[in-house]
Design a binder for this molecule. Structure first.
Ligand code: GLC
Length: 432
């Protein structure tokens, strides 16, 4: 490893150290002072290279917020009284409206992509107590059972998300048409106490607008009124997301292998994978465009915008060779940018600096590159991983990055844990 890379590795390790709060890691000290669900999964992958025990603890602490019905919240508000710098707060979510929520720990009432299965498969490469692994395995299976019981679309074993935050891709143009369903009149009384806009530079350019944010809060209010259980048939945000569903399939593939190792009956997990794979392409693949898209359930149609999420099915080895070739042909056309922009520069809604509307995110790149290796597409995988490391080296350990090669500004939250964790993983794997 070169001197520069060694320095970068040290910086990344420092970020993880500084963002550690006892038994878990916050995403960033300036923006997100609690434990976030899929962040913790990716953070664990970085921690494995430093202190594996902390990686396991990261997931165990996350699952301390699991609800009795298996639901796993997107935020666990540990020490909520100490930090007032996040909106919507634990009090706003008021998870206690649910009969299933923990009594002594505040959480949000929505979830995030189910990364835990594939993370656990990496964790078990280290020597851990079998009972701890078996407990986490059961908790993850329970979470997936929740998803199928409450969120399954018809009998497809594809699951719906009910909030843009559940996708983890907050203001992606994928949600623009869905949000049009929420009439502006419904937003008139919504009070915002946003903190994120004060925590970053250039927030008008780099974060969701207040109008968008009011829609997010409107959905939270509706979900809380329904005690975070079921949604009415006309609930405006009901989406099948290829990112969420591909990650779930990939985690189930891992659970299958871990379950066999633990001597569990894995027939249920096996059937989830089989049915989901049978249905994935008919919902998410668009043969004319050669891309995977998100699917709006109420409109009964795909949202045809080309985003980095279009490539995440590669991570779960979903595309066949022909689909993969088509996806790579698309990527080829954007080779002059840093790959992979969250929304492609030729798409409606593209904004190079704005959060999920253009900037590159390291964890998305990591998943795409890992998937490409499984197809033996090493050149592509290297290209995407090298771009990721280059971005972090050039602009800092940020939340997201402008895709233009000649950009001279660093954007997004600083000292970002999952960018640090996955940079560590990429650097360590590069150096063998
Ligand atoms: C933003 C991201 C989301 C992430 C969270 C914490 O909301 O869109 O994916 O989990 O920040 O980093």
């Amino acid at each position: 490893m070169t001197g520069c890379k060694v320095k970068l590795l040290e910086e990344c390790q420092n970020v993880l150290e500084e963002n550690r709060r006892g038994d878990f890691t916050i995403p960033s000290p300036f923006l997100y002072p609690f434990q976030w669900n899929w962040d913790s999964g990716f953070i664990a992958l970085g921690l494995l290279h430093i202190e594996p025990e902390k990686a396991l603890l990261e997931l165990e602490t996350l699952f301390s917020g699991q609800w009795e019905n298996g639901f796993l919240p997107h935020i666990i508000f540990h020490n909520a009284e100490k930090y007032t710098s996040y909106f919507p707060s634990a009090d706003y979510w008021n998870s206690k409206v649910s009969r299933f929520a923990p009594k002594d720990l505040g959480t949000s009432g929505i979830t995030q992509p189910a990364v835990h299965g594939f993370v656990l498969e990496d964790i078990i490469k280290y020597d851990f107590d079998k009972d701890r692994i078996a407990r986490l395995y059961d908790q993850i299976v329970h979470y997936h059972q929740y998803l199928y019981e409450y969120r399954q679309f018809k009998d497809t074993h594809l699951v719906a998300i009910w909030h843009n935050w559940e996708s983890g891709m907050d203001n992606s143009p994928w949600w623009d048409s869905v949000f049009k369903r929420i009439h502006p009149q419904l937003l008139e009384n919504i009070q915002l106490k946003r903190k994120d806009v004060h925590a970053v530079d250039d927030s008008a350019l780099t974060r969701p607008t207040d109008d968008d944010y009011k829609r997010y809060i409107y959905l939270v209010d509706q979900l809380r009124e329904n005690r975070y259980e079921r949604v009415p048939a006309d609930f405006p945000f009901q989406v099948l997301d290829p990112v969420f569903n591909a990650i779930l399939i990939q985690s189930n593939r891992s659970l299958l292998r871990i379950g066999k190792m633990l001597g569990k009956d894995t027939s249920l997990v096996e059937s989830w994978i089989k049915t989901a794979l049978e249905n994935f392409s008919s919902i998410h693949w668009n043969a004319d465009d050669g891309l995977f898209y998100t699917f709006d359930i109420l409109a009964n149609s795909q949202v045809k915008i080309h985003c980095s999420g279009s490539y995440i099915p590669i991570f779960a080895e979903i595309p066949d060779r022909d689909q993969l070739e088509k996806l790579l042909r698309h990527l080829e056309a954007f080779k002059d940018y840093y790959l992979v922009p969250s929304c492609m520069p030729d798409q409606p809604g593209f904004e190079s600096k704005n959060y999920w509307r253009g900037p590159v995110w390291i964890h998305m790149n990591w998943m795409i590159a890992e998937g490409l290796r499984k197809y033996q597409e090493h050149e592509w995988a290297d290209r995407i991983k090298n771009d990721s490391v280059k971005l972090v080296e050039k602009y800092g350990i940020r939340e997201y990055f402008e895709p233009f090669k000649d950009s001279n500004t660093s954007i997004g939250g600083k000292q970002f844990s999952w960018s640090a964790a996955l940079t560590i993983d990429m650097l360590k794997k590069q150096s063998g």
